[in-house]
Design a protein around this ligand. Structure first.
Ligand SMILES: NC(=O)c1ccc[n+]([C@@H]2O[C@H](COP(=O)([O-])OP(=O)(O)OC[C@H]3O[C@@H](n4cnc5c(N)ncnc54)[C@H](O)[C@@H]3O)[C@@H](O)[C@H]2O)c1
Length: 438
């Protein structure tokens, strides 16, 4: 993938800008109201959410649920304060003093917890991928809408000041028509491939294994399945759910495309991590949208380039990394292209050149400069995403990543996985709201 912005106009000046986060005042809720929230799932992401929530003055955590008792202590440590804990999230839903529920469980619990939470009158912040299947996502959209709840899906880049800048550049038209986007995320480490540590006290005594399985096929306790659930189809969604959804959510917010691709074609394989997992460690998917080809690919065996999205426009290229966005104008200055005249006579060539000069009497405007924007050190997009959610809980206005947005991004994951597992093209049937395999 091209990540070397500037190649098109070598030597051109680069205008570099450090982005500024919104002030805390801009995030305040009307009347200064503080949202009381409880969290379901205090594992890796749940603890991250709690650390980010500490930075957001408009909410306070008042409870947590987890199926592995030790994690409830981890959640309190992450938040740096005490709150009521339980193994059964439904007791949180019974509490009248809880406004909102954060869901940071494995993907296969997102639907059940969301449906229960909205039925209990709670607003919901649910981690990405919003759904474990298209039918789960559809049920979640319908339940949120029927209960008139605020729902924020948790792909936090959607609230990032970096993505806001990229969106501004894209929407300004300076890229010209964009017919191709290339997005990737490469990681080369055990953690990047979900080989997470298994705590020494993990056992059927500390983990509510039956509750974890919920609707998944019954089987004896297996710590690997509980702590590395991303590797297994019954609980997780592989690279599609873990990384594609972040890239797709970012592309949705930048381009304004809030719809699934029409078709997806995946190719990939499980080459290195042959540890019993069910998902590939290299996955490429080509998505077709109207007037747009999107190539998303992730590799768990190489770090090159890390995370990045490239927008290839007719007038410019925009390159995003995890911390920067760079706009580089394409050099499309009109020139007499002698190559095409090479098979003509000298007289024909001269006449062609004269006609071309007559048609281009005015010098082309100078190229605009390369622009580069960088995130300030320590910027936390999750805190901004949470602040956006808390505001909407008070105002009842739209969140940046609502249930339809989150569902559409997750459908991209399901299209990719279905195409991969069926070795076939996956088509989104918008009328039937299903994925069809050809
Ligand atoms: N937005 C991001 O950048 C980001 C990053 C990492 C993970 N995630 C998402 O966050 C979610 C959690 O991932 P993780 O890495 O924290 O997983 P994890 O396994 O570390 O933690 C999940 C926790 O949820 C608990 N849990 C599951 N079902 C539950 C239930 N019904 N009631 C109470 N507790 C329950 C488990 O006991 C576990 O402790 C996933 O959907 C993942 O895709 C998002």
């Amino acid at each position: 993938m091209r990540l070397s912005a500037g190649a098109a106009v070598a030597g051109a000046a680069v205008k570099a800008t450090l982005l500024e986060p919104a002030s805390v005042a801009a995030q305040m809720t009307p009347g200064g109201r503080k949202i009381r929230f409880a969290i379901v799932g205090t594992g890796i992401r749940g603890c991250d959410l709690l650390r980010a929530a500490r930075l957001v003055p408009t909410g306070v955590c008042v409870g947590a649920a987890d199926l592995y008792s030790t994690r409830l202590q981890a959640g309190k440590e992450a938040y740096g304060a005490d709150f009521a804990t339980t193994g059964d999230y439904r007791t949180l839903l019974d509490r009248k003093d809880v406004d909102a529920i954060f869901i940071a469980t494995s993907d296969h619990h997102h639907r059940r917890v969301t449906l229960d939470a909205v039925a209990a009158g709670k607003d919901v912040y649910c981690e990405k991928p919003m759904s474990h299947s298209v039918t789960d996502g559809q049920a979640m959209v319908e339940a949120v809408e029927a209960n008139k709840r605020i729902f924020q899906a948790g792909s936090q880049r959607v609230s990032s000041i970096l993505y806001a800048k990229a969106r501004e550049i894209y929407q300004s038209g300076r890229l010209g028509e964009v017919y191709e986007i290339d997005a990737k995320w490469n990681r080369n480490s055990p953690g990047g491939a979900w080989v997470y540590p298994i705590p020494p006290d993990a056992s059927p005594e500390t983990v509510d294994w039956k509750a974890f399985l919920v609707d998944a096929p019954d089987r004896p306790f297996e710590a690997k399945r509980f702590f590395r659930w991303r590797c297994f189809e019954d609980y997780g969604s592989g690279l599609g759910g873990d990384l594609f959804v972040h890239l797709l959510s970012g592309i949705q917010v930048i381009t304004g495309i809030n719809a699934p691709a029409q078709r997806a074609m995946s190719s990939g394989g499980l080459y290195f991590y042959k540890d019993g997992r069910e998902f590939p460690d290299v996955l490429h998917t080509l998505y077709e949208y109207p007037n747009l080809q999107l190539h998303v690919h992730c590799n768990q065996n190489n770090n090159d380039g890390g995370e990045g999205i490239v927008f290839l426009g007719r007038k410019g290229t925009m390159v995003m990394t995890g911390t920067s966005v760079t706009f580089t104008p394409q050099d499309v200055t009109p020139v007499f292209e002698s190559y095409g005249w090479g098979g003509m006579t000298a007289a024909q060539r001269q006449k062609g050149q004269e006609e071309w000069r007559a048609a281009h009497p005015v010098a082309a405007p100078a190229l605009s400069e390369v622009e580069s924007y960088t995130l300030p050190a320590g910027y936390n997009d999750t805190a901004d995403h949470i602040a956006n959610f808390f505001r909407a809980v008070v105002t009842r206005e739209h969140v940046v990543e609502d249930e339809v947005f989150g569902h559409n991004a997750a459908i991209g994951c399901h299209l990719a996985n279905q195409s991969y597992f069926h070795h076939s093209i996956a088509t989104w049937d918008a009328a039937a709201k299903t994925v069809k395999i050809s």
